[in-house]
Design a protein around this ligand. Structure first.
Ligand SMILES: *Cc1c(COP(=O)(O)O)cnc(C)c1O
Length: 420
């Protein structure tokens, strides 16, 4: 099946007389006739449901759809993108291990790694993933994975997935990619060598700004028995001595993520949120196509305005990421643009003059929205501190929605006219 068809049909296959639309199974537990049946579920001999923290039919449908879209062997839905990133790392790394991570990543992921997981004893080495030599030099004997984003939020850098995955594999390490901004419609990182994909489904997968969620997807391609991952090749005493790399076939990683980490941490999605996310994913392809078309039109308009000092959009002519965007994302730049006006005051004026485009701490929504980090998320920082964090005080991040492009452009044009 092609992606458009997968979006609609994968994950839920109603039998004769069953509900055409995915039902919401809002139940914590599942009933069985015999205790032997329950035992088989615990032993993973049978794959039914017994408790929603570990599995639920509605959650499983959303997981099946995304796994199919990414071309993976299995997926696990989580309560948020943050918990997906956290569990993706904790499934393969412990205190004393290190992860080599791109500097251009989502701020929430940076805090999770640099503060909270570092506090638990995992070292994160942040490097520029465009500098392949530095990436390779940063790998140490205790390194367990490389982590980066397909299209980085908010830097809008495109990762050279082939190059980075080659480096990871040369050292017997998996490449984990946060593919939130690309979505499987624009890019399937597994086709270029990535091993694990994580998503914040809060963004384009849901797409309607209604539910927070996340996913981890396993390609099934990585060899966990290569000697670098003892926790996959020695018995898990907390799970009846299961040896993931031996007993779980290609799904070793995603099984461990679920039966060990999800069991212990309980960061599962609500079946209702899984249902909303599944509904959003059904229209992912048509929405992404329009997000990309609209964003390109808006970026082209902005690039011609005298008040705009600089602009970043991966598919704009002259953008340094354009070639990689064509190679890895089919020449579609997703829906987010960043641009600079002359100074902080101009940005405040511009933001306050927007009418259709809403001021929102969010991206990748069907409604166009804009954020000025210097006056909102990063307002406590001085211009100097902002510069140190790599954020210009005059930077605006614009998430282009699904309204008519002419209306979006008119609103931006009117707001720019208020800026001297
Ligand atoms: C928003 C976001 C996250 C965090 O996701 P939540 O669902 O908000 O927890 C992670 N990665 C990227 C790239 C994001 O944009």
């Amino acid at each position: 099946m092609k992606k458009e068809t997968q979006c609609i049909h994968e994950g839920y296959y109603p039998k004769n007389g069953e509900s055409r639309v995915l039902p919401i199974t809002m139940s914590t537990a599942f009933r069985y006739d015999t205790t032997e049946q329950v035992g088989d579920l615990f032993d993973l001999k049978d794959n039914g449901y017994f408790y929603t923290r570990l599995g639920n039919p509605t959650i499983a449908a959303a997981e099946g759809k995304l796994a199919a879209l990414e071309g993976g062997v299995g997926a696990m839905m989580t309560s948020s993108g943050q918990s997906a990133s956290m569990l993706s790392v904790l499934t393969l790394a412990s205190a004393g291990d290190s992860i080599v991570c791109a500097t251009a990543i989502y701020g929430g992921t940076f805090n999770l790694f640099d503060v909270t997981l570092r506090r638990l004893g995992i070292e994160f080495i942040f490097v520029d993933f465009n500098d392949f030599e530095q990436v390779e030099r940063s790998i140490k004997p205790n390194t367990k994975a490389l982590f980066c984003e397909t299209l980085a939020n908010p830097a809008l850098r495109v990762t050279d997935i082939q190059k980075i995955s080659e480096i990871a594999h040369r050292h017997g390490l998996p490449l984990i990619m946060d593919s939130t901004f690309a979505t499987p419609y624009l890019c399937r990182p597994f086709e270029f060598g990535a091993d694990i994909v994580v998503h914040s489904s809060t963004k384009y997968l849901d797409g309607h700004d209604v539910s927070v969620g996340g996913f981890i997807v396993d390609s099934g391609n990585f060899d966990w028995a290569n000697g670098n991952f003892p926790s996959f090749t020695t018995p898990d005493e907390s799970y009846h001595g299961l040896v993931y790399a031996r007993d779980c076939g290609k799904a070793a990683y995603i099984t461990k993520a679920r039966v060990q980490l999800m069991r212990d941490m309980g960061a599962q999605a609500s079946p209702f949120n899984a249902w909303l996310t599944n509904l959003g994913m059904e229209t992912l392809c048509v929405r992404m196509e329009r997000h990309c078309q609209n964003a390109l039109k808006v970026a082209e308009f902005l690039s011609k305005q005298k008040q705009v000092r600089s602009i970043t959009y991966p598919m704009l002519k002259g953008d340094p990421e354009r070639e990689k965007c064509v190679k890895y994302m089919g020449g579609m730049g997703s829906g987010v643009i960043s641009f600079e006006l002359e100074n902080r005051e101009q940005c405040v004026k511009f933001m306050n003059s927007l009418k259709l485009v809403s001021l929102l701490v969010h991206v990748a929504d069907l409604r166009s929205c804009a954020l000025h980090p210097a006056s909102s998320t990063h307002r406590q920082l001085s211009d100097a501190a902002l510069a140190a964090a790599g954020i210009s005080p005059s930077l605006i991040r614009l998430s282009v929605g699904l309204e008519n492009a002419d209306d979006i452009i008119q609103d931006i044009s009117d707001a720019l006219a208020c800026v001297k």
